[in-house]
Design a binder for this molecule. Structure first.
Ligand code: CDP
Ligand code: CDP
Length: 218
């Protein structure tokens, strides 16, 4: 099975690294965080009570979601920019704790493996819950100060006014919420390879994952 899972906390580099690994192998990417962000977008735009897990799950189950060429479409609307906002990330992390929502997104995520040459699954529970039989599971970590630095740079490069202390506090809050929830908490699978990228460049991380994959597939 051509499948690599890459899980880890916010700003550890999962998205960037997943895309580069997939590109090198000619595979597709499942950006599972986007599905939780889309769910948050639905809560925010459809005036749903954020505490109402059942309604959120029902509404999300019916959304028409399309990923194409770097764009994300929900019910015919292009939403990529809205999804990237920290307010959407915060809401995503809150509602991602609901078992009803996680169940509603389960099959949608597993279906990504069908009809593709291979898949890199990027998220929090790719190796533990969604693809427990994946042949290679990566858990990507980095020091929280380094992650805050990366997020800060990412925003400043885009011309956004950013506050380092706020970013750090948001990351710590989101880590805490994601690691301590009862359902599918952020943690390495027992058979995951843990990579600490605090002092590694992006290409070094990509190369080490490709090396791990080469070991598995020979
Ligand atoms: O998807 P996730 O939130 O885990 O992280 P990301 O958005 O892929 O990466 C956050 C930022 O860190 C990006 O600007 C990357 O270019 C950068 N990065 C880095 O500087 N060094 C690494 N080893 C990995 C990512
Ligand atoms: O880019 P970043 O790492 O900040 O976040 P993301 O991967 O887009 O995920 C947004 C939120 O969705 C996370 O804080 C998690 O609470 C949730 N999530 C999850 O619970 N399970 C996943 N497989 C992916 C994301």
């Amino acid at each position: 099975m051509n499948l690599i899972t890459i899980d880890g906390p916010s700003a550890s580099g999962k998205g960037t690294v997943s895309n580069l690994v997939a590109k090198a192998l000619g595979w597709d990417v499942l950006d599972s965080g986007a599905l939780y962000r889309i769910s948050a977008y639905a809560v925010q735009t459809k005036d749903i009570n954020p505490e109402d897990a059942q309604t959120i799950a029902e509404v999300v189950g019916k959304l028409d979601i399309k990923f194409q060429e770097g764009e994300v479409w929900v019910d015919g609307v292009e939403v990529s920019d809205i999804l990237r906002q920290e307010s959407t990330g915060k809401m995503a992390s809150k509602i991602a704790a609901y078992p009803e929502l996680r169940a509603a997104l389960l099959d949608r995520q597993r279906n990504f493996i069908h009809g593709v040459p291979g898949l890199v699954g990027d998220g929090r529970d790719m190796g533990t819950v969604i693809f427990p039989n994946a042949p290679l599971k990566i858990f990507l970590v980095a020091d929280v100060n380094e992650r805050a630095n990366r997020r800060y740079k990412q925003l400043v490069d885009k011309g956004v006014v950013a506050n380092y202390d706020e970013i750090l506090a948001d990351l710590q809050r989101r880590d805490d919420q994601d690691m301590n929830r009862a359902v599918a908490p952020l943690k390495p699978a027992d058979d995951a390879v843990v990579i600490d990228s605090s002092h590694m460049g992006i290409q070094d991380v990509v190369d080490s994952i490709l090396k791990e994959w080469a070991k598995k597939s020979t």
